[in-house]
Design a protein around this ligand. Structure first.
Ligand SMILES: [Zn+2]
Ligand SMILES: [Zn+2]
Length: 407
């Protein structure tokens, strides 16, 4: 079986390239670029892919790229890495510290980029040896943190013709050599809501002759979250929490406008889709009762990443094949957002958490200036991604794995 040989092939490949990949990661880490400004990063990736005989296609904005490995009529499996950094100061004292003030790879996207580059180089070798039963689409996506990069990739046809898509994210709470995975939702949705109320305004002595806007706004602030908790399945954990409210300038004058802003977080995809209409109707009914006009601005963030069960099985099988039995550990749905979710709204796939903690070592957190990884995670990521692409191709591919091994 090809599956058995794969581990040996990955061992040989990584024995040769692991140090080079670590150096690549450190270079990217030293030169972080923010969302939609990843020009240098994109060029570095493109140079390496081109040198391996591949033909990367840079996205129109000049940041991010797509590259196919293999050809033919077989299925197409996409592997995605995000490449952007965060607007944070690097607080680490390491030789590969960020050289750019106020920018840092604090979400590990330098690691994702390097893992996918290593995977690309391995798959290019497999394709050259005639061992790729289909096509692998490599997606080096810009601007995950904005978010919006996934939509840009999709607008450029990045996932058209793709059967399944897989991605990884660093998880500093999981030991290196392990992979956190779960079917169903693994991240959450987070949207932003702005409510504006307006009325005629007037003297606080005569609220009955005007519309008591501050009172109405206060009702909206308390009634909306309460009503939502009774109108949405509690298991979806849809929560509206206000972060800013403003109205009025004087103690004895009813203002003619007011505003409140908050976030809507949600664990469930269906509830997320239904949220804006539901909130709008609740808002109108509360505002109407007090005679004020209410409008809302609902800014969509990302939906939850919802892992497809078959894809999770493929990823589990691949990870055990590549890292050994017991390497896949359960993980929980986080309240964070991840724009990989946009791909999974269109095609099946799975997203996993790559362990980056040194066993017994520090537990870092992402989105902090101190975040760092055990660099052994890079080789682990390459093993998982390469095995996942091949496993997915074998399982849906036109070629029998045994036949492929003999070819
Ligand atoms: Zn992030
Ligand atoms: Zn991230």
């Amino acid at each position: 079986m090809r599956g058995r040989e794969l581990r040996g092939e990955l061992d040989a490949f990584l024995a040769e390239t692991e140090q080079d990949l670590v150096a690549f990661r450190r270079d990217i880490h030293m030169h972080p670029e923010l969302a939609f400004a990843e020009y240098r990063t994109t060029q570095r990736i493109a140079e390496r892919l081109t040198a391996a005989g591949l033909a990367p296609s840079v996205l129109p904005r000049g940041t991010g790229l797509i590259c196919d490995v293999g050809s033919g009529d077989g299925p197409t499996i996409a592997l995605r890495a995000d490449i952007d950094a965060l607007p944070l100061q690097d607080e680490k004292d390491v030789p590969y510290r960020s050289t750019v003030a106020g920018a840092c790879h604090a979400c590990g996207h330098d690691v994702h980029t390097t893992v996918l580059l290593g995977t690309s180089l391995f798959l290019a070798q497999q394709a050259a040896a005639g061992l790729l039963p289909g096509r692998v689409r490599l997606i080096f996506q810009p601007a995950e943190e904005l978010p919006g990069g996934a939509l840009e990739v999709m607008a450029q046809g990045g996932i058209s013709g793709v059967d399944r898509i897989f991605g990884l994210h660093c998880d500093p709470r999981v030991d290196v050599g392990q992979l956190g995975l779960k079917p169903g939702p693994i991240t959450s949705a987070c949207d932003r809501l702005t409510v504006r109320v307006s009325g005629p305004g007037g003297h606080t002595a005569r609220p009955h002759l005007t519309a008591d806007l501050v009172f109405a706004l206060a009702k909206i602030l308390t009634e909306l979250p309460a009503a939502l908790s009774r109108r949405v399945d509690p298991r979806s954990s849809l929560s509206l929490v206000w972060g800013r409210v403003e109205a009025g300038t004087a103690a004895n004058a009813i203002p003619d406008d007011g505003v409140a802003e908050g976030t809507v977080r949600c664990l469930d995809e269906n509830a997320w889709h239904a949220a804006p209409d539901l909130i709008k109707s609740l808002l109108e009914s509360v505002a109407g009762a007090y005679g004020v006009e209410a409008t809302m601005d609902y800014a969509r963030g990302v939906p939850p990443v919802v892992n497809d069960e078959v894809s999770v099985e493929m990823l589990t099988e691949a990870a055990e094949r590549a890292l050994g039995a017991g390497a896949v550990v359960p993980t929980q749905q986080s309240l964070g957002g991840e724009d990989f979710a946009w791909y999974l709204e269109s095609i099946p796939g799975a997203f996993a958490r790559l362990g980056t903690r040194s066993p017994g070592g520090m537990t870092y957190d992402i989105h902090q200036g101190t975040f760092d990884i055990d660099e052994k995670a890079i080789a682990m990521g390459v093993r998982v991604m390469a095995a996942t692409a091949l496993t997915a191709l074998w399982e849906v591919g036109p070629l029998d794995p045994v036949t492929t091994a003999l070819a």
